[in-house]
Design a protein around this ligand. Structure first.
Ligand code: ZN
Length: 365
Protein backbone atom coordinates (compact mmCIF):
# COMPACT_ATOMS: atom_id res chain seq x y z
CA UNK A 1 0.00 0.00 0.00
CA UNK A 2 1.34 3.39 -0.97
CA UNK A 3 2.03 5.56 2.03
CA UNK A 4 -0.57 8.16 2.92
CA UNK A 5 0.31 11.71 1.88
CA UNK A 6 -0.64 15.02 3.45
CA UNK A 7 0.34 18.43 2.13
CA UNK A 8 1.02 21.10 4.78
CA UNK A 9 0.83 24.85 4.12
CA UNK A 10 1.85 27.20 6.92
CA UNK A 11 0.13 30.60 7.07
CA UNK A 12 -0.16 33.46 9.59
CA UNK A 13 -3.37 34.74 11.20
CA UNK A 14 -4.10 38.45 11.71
CA UNK A 15 -2.66 38.46 15.22
CA UNK A 16 0.52 36.63 14.24
CA UNK A 17 -0.42 33.11 15.27
CA UNK A 18 0.55 30.27 12.94
CA UNK A 19 -2.12 28.27 11.10
CA UNK A 20 -1.23 25.16 9.08
CA UNK A 21 -3.50 23.55 6.50
CA UNK A 22 -2.97 19.82 6.11
CA UNK A 23 -4.51 19.00 2.74
CA UNK A 24 -5.19 15.51 1.41
CA UNK A 25 -4.50 16.62 -2.16
CA UNK A 26 -1.66 18.76 -3.52
CA UNK A 27 -1.87 22.23 -5.01
CA UNK A 28 -4.78 23.68 -2.99
CA UNK A 29 -4.70 27.50 -2.94
CA UNK A 30 -4.20 28.53 0.68
CA UNK A 31 -3.65 32.25 0.13
CA UNK A 32 -6.99 33.48 1.58
CA UNK A 33 -5.99 36.19 4.09
CA UNK A 34 -7.32 36.54 7.63
CA UNK A 35 -9.44 39.69 7.29
CA UNK A 36 -10.20 40.07 10.99
CA UNK A 37 -8.98 42.93 13.13
CA UNK A 38 -7.61 40.94 16.05
CA UNK A 39 -5.87 42.23 19.15
CA UNK A 40 -2.42 40.84 19.84
CA UNK A 41 -2.56 37.61 21.83
CA UNK A 42 -1.74 38.32 25.46
CA UNK A 43 -0.54 35.47 27.55
CA UNK A 44 0.91 35.66 31.00
CA UNK A 45 1.14 31.97 31.73
CA UNK A 46 3.42 30.86 34.46
CA UNK A 47 4.03 27.56 36.14
CA UNK A 48 4.33 27.37 39.89
CA UNK A 49 5.82 24.50 41.79
CA UNK A 50 3.58 22.69 44.28
CA UNK A 51 6.30 21.52 46.62
CA UNK A 52 4.07 19.15 48.58
CA UNK A 53 2.85 17.38 45.45
CA UNK A 54 6.17 17.67 43.64
CA UNK A 55 4.26 18.89 40.60
CA UNK A 56 4.09 21.99 38.42
CA UNK A 57 0.76 23.84 38.14
CA UNK A 58 0.00 26.16 35.20
CA UNK A 59 -1.49 29.52 36.19
CA UNK A 60 -3.20 30.96 33.12
CA UNK A 61 -5.64 33.64 34.25
CA UNK A 62 -6.12 35.08 30.75
CA UNK A 63 -8.14 31.99 29.72
CA UNK A 64 -11.27 33.14 31.63
CA UNK A 65 -12.46 35.23 28.68
CA UNK A 66 -12.36 32.47 26.09
CA UNK A 67 -15.26 31.74 23.72
CA UNK A 68 -17.98 29.65 25.31
CA UNK A 69 -20.39 27.55 23.21
CA UNK A 70 -21.11 29.98 20.34
CA UNK A 71 -24.12 29.22 18.06
CA UNK A 72 -23.28 26.90 15.13
CA UNK A 73 -23.51 29.75 12.58
CA UNK A 74 -20.78 31.66 14.43
CA UNK A 75 -18.48 28.68 15.01
CA UNK A 76 -14.83 29.83 15.13
CA UNK A 77 -13.68 26.41 13.82
CA UNK A 78 -15.91 26.20 10.72
CA UNK A 79 -14.49 27.52 7.43
CA UNK A 80 -14.97 31.28 6.99
CA UNK A 81 -18.09 32.61 5.24
CA UNK A 82 -19.04 36.21 4.39
CA UNK A 83 -21.13 36.25 7.61
CA UNK A 84 -18.64 34.48 9.88
CA UNK A 85 -14.93 35.30 9.76
CA UNK A 86 -13.70 32.30 11.73
CA UNK A 87 -10.25 31.18 12.87
CA UNK A 88 -9.84 29.48 9.49
CA UNK A 89 -9.72 32.06 6.67
CA UNK A 90 -10.34 29.48 3.90
CA UNK A 91 -13.79 28.53 2.59
CA UNK A 92 -13.00 24.85 3.16
CA UNK A 93 -10.33 22.57 4.60
CA UNK A 94 -9.40 18.97 5.33
CA UNK A 95 -7.47 19.14 8.62
CA UNK A 96 -6.15 22.36 10.05
CA UNK A 97 -3.93 23.20 13.04
CA UNK A 98 -3.46 26.60 14.60
CA UNK A 99 -2.03 28.15 17.73
CA UNK A 100 -4.61 28.52 20.49
CA UNK A 101 -5.78 32.10 21.01
CA UNK A 102 -6.07 31.40 24.74
CA UNK A 103 -2.99 29.26 25.36
CA UNK A 104 -2.15 27.64 28.67
CA UNK A 105 1.49 27.62 27.53
CA UNK A 106 3.14 29.90 24.97
CA UNK A 107 6.54 31.31 24.16
CA UNK A 108 10.04 29.95 23.86
CA UNK A 109 12.56 29.64 26.61
CA UNK A 110 13.95 27.22 29.10
CA UNK A 111 11.85 24.37 30.43
CA UNK A 112 10.55 24.60 33.99
CA UNK A 113 12.75 21.75 35.09
CA UNK A 114 13.30 18.23 34.04
CA UNK A 115 13.61 16.31 37.26
CA UNK A 116 13.87 16.79 40.97
CA UNK A 117 12.54 19.70 42.96
CA UNK A 118 13.62 23.29 42.47
CA UNK A 119 15.68 24.80 45.29
CA UNK A 120 13.08 27.54 45.77
CA UNK A 121 9.96 26.17 47.50
CA UNK A 122 7.79 28.73 45.75
CA UNK A 123 9.50 28.47 42.38
CA UNK A 124 7.82 30.26 39.48
CA UNK A 125 8.80 29.84 35.84
CA UNK A 126 7.45 31.28 32.58
CA UNK A 127 4.72 29.09 31.12
CA UNK A 128 6.76 28.44 28.00
CA UNK A 129 5.51 25.94 25.45
CA UNK A 130 2.86 25.79 22.80
CA UNK A 131 -0.86 25.00 22.64
CA UNK A 132 -2.47 24.12 19.33
CA UNK A 133 -6.00 23.39 18.15
CA UNK A 134 -6.57 20.63 15.56
CA UNK A 135 -9.79 20.65 13.52
CA UNK A 136 -10.47 17.12 12.26
CA UNK A 137 -13.00 18.14 9.58
CA UNK A 138 -14.78 21.22 8.26
CA UNK A 139 -18.10 19.44 9.00
CA UNK A 140 -19.42 20.99 12.20
CA UNK A 141 -21.64 18.02 13.03
CA UNK A 142 -19.30 15.08 12.35
CA UNK A 143 -17.55 12.95 14.97
CA UNK A 144 -14.27 11.07 14.69
CA UNK A 145 -15.92 7.65 14.31
CA UNK A 146 -17.97 8.89 11.35
CA UNK A 147 -15.02 10.27 9.40
CA UNK A 148 -13.73 8.32 6.37
CA UNK A 149 -10.76 6.05 7.09
CA UNK A 150 -8.53 8.27 4.96
CA UNK A 151 -9.35 11.28 7.15
CA UNK A 152 -8.64 9.42 10.37
CA UNK A 153 -5.31 8.47 8.85
CA UNK A 154 -4.65 12.13 8.00
CA UNK A 155 -5.40 13.11 11.60
CA UNK A 156 -2.93 10.47 12.81
CA UNK A 157 -0.29 11.90 10.48
CA UNK A 158 -1.01 15.41 11.75
CA UNK A 159 -0.64 14.31 15.39
CA UNK A 160 2.66 12.75 14.33
CA UNK A 161 3.85 15.90 12.55
CA UNK A 162 2.97 18.10 15.52
CA UNK A 163 4.58 15.73 18.02
CA UNK A 164 7.79 16.09 16.06
CA UNK A 165 7.46 19.88 15.64
CA UNK A 166 6.53 20.70 19.24
CA UNK A 167 9.26 18.38 20.50
CA UNK A 168 11.75 20.68 18.77
CA UNK A 169 10.24 23.83 20.37
CA UNK A 170 12.62 25.28 22.97
CA UNK A 171 11.49 24.43 26.47
CA UNK A 172 8.98 21.71 25.58
CA UNK A 173 9.53 18.55 27.64
CA UNK A 174 6.42 16.57 26.66
CA UNK A 175 3.88 16.63 23.81
CA UNK A 176 0.29 15.63 24.51
CA UNK A 177 -2.26 15.12 21.70
CA UNK A 178 -5.81 14.85 23.01
CA UNK A 179 -9.48 15.37 22.36
CA UNK A 180 -12.07 16.50 24.88
CA UNK A 181 -15.58 15.80 23.66
CA UNK A 182 -18.93 16.65 25.28
CA UNK A 183 -20.26 19.56 27.31
CA UNK A 184 -20.23 17.26 30.35
CA UNK A 185 -16.45 17.59 30.51
CA UNK A 186 -16.41 21.30 29.87
CA UNK A 187 -15.85 21.47 26.12
CA UNK A 188 -16.50 25.06 25.04
CA UNK A 189 -16.78 24.44 21.29
CA UNK A 190 -18.95 21.76 19.58
CA UNK A 191 -16.94 21.53 16.35
CA UNK A 192 -14.95 18.25 16.11
CA UNK A 193 -11.49 19.19 17.23
CA UNK A 194 -8.66 18.22 19.49
CA UNK A 195 -5.75 19.96 21.10
CA UNK A 196 -2.02 19.54 21.37
CA UNK A 197 -0.05 20.76 24.35
CA UNK A 198 3.70 21.15 24.48
CA UNK A 199 4.41 21.30 28.21
CA UNK A 200 7.50 22.92 29.77
CA UNK A 201 7.75 19.96 32.17
CA UNK A 202 7.14 16.21 32.27
CA UNK A 203 3.51 15.83 33.35
CA UNK A 204 2.76 14.34 36.79
CA UNK A 205 1.02 11.24 35.39
CA UNK A 206 3.89 10.49 33.02
CA UNK A 207 6.52 11.12 35.69
CA UNK A 208 4.74 8.72 38.06
CA UNK A 209 4.50 6.02 35.39
CA UNK A 210 8.19 6.41 34.57
CA UNK A 211 9.03 5.94 38.26
CA UNK A 212 6.97 2.74 38.34
CA UNK A 213 8.60 1.46 35.15
CA UNK A 214 12.08 2.22 36.50
CA UNK A 215 11.34 0.61 39.87
CA UNK A 216 10.03 -2.51 38.14
CA UNK A 217 13.11 -2.81 35.97
CA UNK A 218 15.31 -2.40 39.02
CA UNK A 219 13.44 -4.99 41.09
CA UNK A 220 12.54 -7.58 38.46
CA UNK A 221 14.22 -6.66 35.19
CA UNK A 222 12.03 -6.40 32.13
CA UNK A 223 9.60 -3.78 30.90
CA UNK A 224 6.49 -3.18 32.99
CA UNK A 225 4.45 -2.07 29.97
CA UNK A 226 5.36 -5.27 28.11
CA UNK A 227 4.38 -7.49 31.02
CA UNK A 228 1.04 -5.76 31.51
CA UNK A 229 0.29 -5.85 27.79
CA UNK A 230 1.10 -9.57 27.61
CA UNK A 231 -1.54 -10.23 30.28
CA UNK A 232 -4.21 -8.35 28.31
CA UNK A 233 -3.61 -9.88 24.87
CA UNK A 234 -6.35 -12.47 24.22
CA UNK A 235 -7.51 -12.00 27.81
CA UNK A 236 -11.01 -11.39 29.22
CA UNK A 237 -10.75 -7.62 28.91
CA UNK A 238 -9.62 -7.46 25.26
CA UNK A 239 -12.24 -5.83 23.05
CA UNK A 240 -10.51 -5.66 19.64
CA UNK A 241 -7.22 -6.60 18.02
CA UNK A 242 -5.45 -6.66 14.68
CA UNK A 243 -1.99 -7.40 13.31
CA UNK A 244 -0.42 -4.32 14.92
CA UNK A 245 -2.74 -3.12 17.72
CA UNK A 246 -4.64 -4.40 20.75
CA UNK A 247 -7.56 -2.67 22.51
CA UNK A 248 -8.67 -3.61 26.02
CA UNK A 249 -10.26 -2.39 29.22
CA UNK A 250 -7.36 -2.09 31.67
CA UNK A 251 -7.18 -4.32 34.76
CA UNK A 252 -7.54 -1.41 37.18
CA UNK A 253 -9.77 0.87 35.10
CA UNK A 254 -10.62 4.12 36.87
CA UNK A 255 -13.43 5.34 34.65
CA UNK A 256 -16.87 3.80 34.00
CA UNK A 257 -15.88 3.29 30.36
CA UNK A 258 -12.14 3.05 29.69
CA UNK A 259 -10.28 1.51 26.74
CA UNK A 260 -6.53 1.47 26.08
CA UNK A 261 -5.03 0.94 22.60
CA UNK A 262 -1.47 -0.37 22.44
CA UNK A 263 0.72 -1.06 19.44
CA UNK A 264 2.07 -4.63 19.71
CA UNK A 265 5.58 -3.25 19.17
CA UNK A 266 7.07 -0.87 21.71
CA UNK A 267 7.47 2.66 20.38
CA UNK A 268 8.14 5.79 22.45
CA UNK A 269 5.90 8.09 20.44
CA UNK A 270 3.85 8.62 17.29
CA UNK A 271 6.77 9.47 14.97
CA UNK A 272 8.22 5.99 15.68
CA UNK A 273 5.24 4.14 14.16
CA UNK A 274 5.73 2.42 10.79
CA UNK A 275 3.39 2.97 7.85
CA UNK A 276 1.88 -0.48 8.46
CA UNK A 277 1.19 0.37 12.09
CA UNK A 278 -0.42 3.66 11.04
CA UNK A 279 -2.69 1.96 8.51
CA UNK A 280 -3.71 -0.65 11.10
CA UNK A 281 -4.47 1.97 13.75
CA UNK A 282 -7.35 3.48 11.77
CA UNK A 283 -9.78 0.53 11.84
CA UNK A 284 -9.14 -0.45 15.45
CA UNK A 285 -9.47 3.15 16.64
CA UNK A 286 -12.81 3.49 14.86
CA UNK A 287 -13.95 0.12 16.20
CA UNK A 288 -13.06 1.09 19.77
CA UNK A 289 -14.91 4.41 19.41
CA UNK A 290 -17.98 2.77 17.86
CA UNK A 291 -18.11 0.14 20.61
CA UNK A 292 -17.86 2.82 23.30
CA UNK A 293 -20.42 5.04 21.58
CA UNK A 294 -22.73 2.05 21.10
CA UNK A 295 -22.91 1.20 24.80
CA UNK A 296 -25.36 3.97 25.64
CA UNK A 297 -27.69 5.66 23.11
CA UNK A 298 -26.59 9.18 24.06
CA UNK A 299 -23.72 11.36 22.87
CA UNK A 300 -20.65 10.05 24.66
CA UNK A 301 -18.51 12.48 26.63
CA UNK A 302 -15.02 11.33 25.81
CA UNK A 303 -11.38 12.09 26.50
CA UNK A 304 -8.91 10.75 23.93
CA UNK A 305 -5.36 10.89 25.32
CA UNK A 306 -2.09 9.94 23.63
CA UNK A 307 0.42 8.91 26.28
CA UNK A 308 3.79 9.57 24.65
CA UNK A 309 7.30 9.48 26.04
CA UNK A 310 8.75 12.80 27.18
CA UNK A 311 10.98 14.55 24.65
CA UNK A 312 14.24 13.90 26.50
CA UNK A 313 13.71 11.34 29.26
CA UNK A 314 12.37 7.81 29.70
CA UNK A 315 12.23 7.10 26.00
CA UNK A 316 13.98 3.73 26.08
CA UNK A 317 11.31 2.16 28.33
CA UNK A 318 8.15 4.05 27.38
CA UNK A 319 5.39 2.25 25.49
CA UNK A 320 3.22 4.77 23.69
CA UNK A 321 -0.50 4.11 23.90
CA UNK A 322 -3.88 5.78 23.55
CA UNK A 323 -6.40 5.98 26.37
CA UNK A 324 -10.09 6.54 25.69
CA UNK A 325 -12.09 7.36 28.80
CA UNK A 326 -15.67 8.40 29.47
CA UNK A 327 -17.39 9.72 32.56
CA UNK A 328 -20.75 8.35 31.36
CA UNK A 329 -21.66 5.50 33.73
CA UNK A 330 -25.28 4.91 32.70
CA UNK A 331 -27.93 6.68 30.61
CA UNK A 332 -28.25 10.18 32.02
CA UNK A 333 -25.66 9.50 34.69
CA UNK A 334 -22.18 10.99 34.97
CA UNK A 335 -19.27 9.91 37.11
CA UNK A 336 -18.01 13.10 38.70
CA UNK A 337 -14.60 13.44 40.26
CA UNK A 338 -15.73 14.12 43.81
CA UNK A 339 -14.08 13.96 47.19
CA UNK A 340 -12.18 10.70 47.00
CA UNK A 341 -10.89 11.22 43.46
CA UNK A 342 -10.35 15.00 43.55
CA UNK A 343 -8.96 15.33 47.04
CA UNK A 344 -7.27 12.00 47.61
CA UNK A 345 -6.53 10.83 44.06
CA UNK A 346 -8.22 7.54 45.03
CA UNK A 347 -10.50 6.42 42.24
CA UNK A 348 -13.64 4.43 42.87
CA UNK A 349 -15.04 2.80 39.75
CA UNK A 350 -18.71 1.84 39.87
CA UNK A 351 -18.30 -0.71 37.03
CA UNK A 352 -16.09 -3.79 36.73
CA UNK A 353 -13.57 -3.81 33.88
CA UNK A 354 -14.51 -7.38 32.93
CA UNK A 355 -18.24 -6.66 32.63
CA UNK A 356 -17.58 -3.47 30.66
CA UNK A 357 -15.35 -5.49 28.28
CA UNK A 358 -18.17 -8.02 27.73
CA UNK A 359 -20.63 -5.21 26.99
CA UNK A 360 -18.19 -3.53 24.59
CA UNK A 361 -17.62 -6.79 22.70
CA UNK A 362 -21.40 -7.30 22.41
CA UNK A 363 -22.05 -3.91 20.77
CA UNK A 364 -23.34 -4.60 17.25
CA UNK A 365 -21.27 -2.66 14.72
ZN1 ZN B 1 -18.02 24.47 13.36
Amino acid sequence: MASHQVYPTSTTLADGRELIYFDESPGVDRSAPDSRDLPTVEHHSQVRYDALAGEWVAIAGHRQTRTYLPPANLCPLCPSTPENASEIPASGYDVVVFENRFPSFAGSGPAAGTAGEPADLTATRPGNGRCEVVCFTSDHHATMSQLPASRVRTVLDVWTDRTRALGQHEGVEQVFCFENRGIEIGVTLDHPHGQIYGYPFVTPVTARMLEQVAAHREAHGGNLFAELLAREIDGPRQIAANEHWVAFVPFAARWPIEVHLYPRRRVPDLPALTDGERDAFVPIYREALLRMEGLIPEPLPLITAWHQAPVRTGREDWWMHLRLTSIRRAPGKIKYLAGSESAMGAFINDTTPESVAVSLREVAL
